[in-house]
Design a binder for this molecule. Structure first.
Ligand code: NAP
Length: 264
């Protein structure tokens, strides 16, 4: 039996176990997906233990995504993003960042072309993954963040990117094709980081927030006729990408999506 899992703290409400186990069931794989919640000072020991016990792969979540980087061999994308969300224990443990593919594949699933100009709101982990992912596709990326210095730091690393404060959003969005909310705004209250007047029908809007799935930003996007893509799609495709990396097989996307949405 193959063992996969999620390492983080806390991981109790994760939807990854049902999402991945739906894939194993669909394909008849003899595999399980379990959660691990080590204390932060035991991360290195936990990874050594997982490796020694023959764990095949781990997803990594808060607060370990950055801390894992020096403990594995990161691929170039994970290294540039500065965070690992997927470890493959086949041979030397390697680190990957499938949040980036989560962003691009979420847009592609909705037939949105990865071209033109994108505004990424947020410069934390999700903002970093989205910015590199879109820039690598040749999209012009503008990063807007509450703390402008953080956007500036990220824009220095992302090819061709520019940095802005949230006040620039309306101007930036008038010519944009893609918008990603990579802030946590919308998660705990019915708020949006983007003024409704700045949205327009030619935008495709991906909200990384997935609790709730229907955020105020997406309601506003829908109202103006924009394409509205909820954070469940990004979550789904980071998992799909991890599954494919670990197993070398095409993931059964629909069963994974159904399991994820039933669990959120
Ligand atoms: P993070 O590293 O802590 O970054 C948080 C970001 O939100 C920063 O840019 C921060 O700006 C901004 N922010 C927080 N409160 C704000 C406010 N009141 N007004 C304006 N900006 C604010 O978090 P993260 O890991 O990037 O996660 C961000 C969101 O993405 C979360 O909702 C998370 O659940 C979601 N996410 C989703 C997926 C998925 O698969 N769907 C994957 C990863 C993350 P400052 O720099 O100014 O503090």
């Amino acid at each position: 039996m193959q063992v996969y899992g999620l390492i983080g703290n806390p991981v109790g409400h994760s939807v990854s176990p049902p999402m991945h186990e739906a894939a194993y069931e669909e394909l008849g794989l003899d595999a399980r997906y379990v959660t691990f919640e080590p204390s932060p000072d035991a991360l290195g020991i936990a990874l050594d233990g997982a490796s020694a016990l023959g764990v095949s792969g781990l997803n990594v979540t808060i607060p370990f995504k950055e801390d894992v980087l020096p403990l594995v061999e990161p691929d170039p994308l994970a290294e540039r993003i500065g965070a690992v969300n997927t470890i493959d224990f086949d041979g030397e443990p390697t680190g990957h960042n499938t949040d980036a593919a989560g962003v691009t594949r979420a847009f592609e699933h909705h037939d949105v072309s990865l071209s033109g100009t994108a505004v990424v709101v947020g410069a934390g982990g999700a903002g970093r993954a989205a910015s590199f992912a879109l820039a690598d596709e040749g999209v012009d990326v503008h990063i807007a963040n509450r703390t402008v210095s953080r956007a500036e730091g990220l824009a220095e690393d992302v090819p061709g990117a520019s940095a802005h404060g949230l006040d620039d959003l309306a101007g930036l969005l008038s010519d944009a094709d893609l918008l990603v909310n990579a802030t946590s705004v919308g998660m705990e209250s019915d708020e949006t980081p983007v003024p409704r007047e700045a949205l327009h029908a030619d935008l495709a809007v991906l909200d990384a927030v997935y609790k709730p799935l229907e955020t105020r930003l997406l309601r506003d996007a829908d109202d103006v006729g924009a394409t509205a893509i909820d954070g469940g799609w990004m979550l789904l495709y980071q998992g799909v990408e991890a599954f494919e990396l670990w197993t070398g097989r095409d993931a059964p996307v629909d069963p994974m999506n159904n399991a994820l949405r039933a669990s959120l």
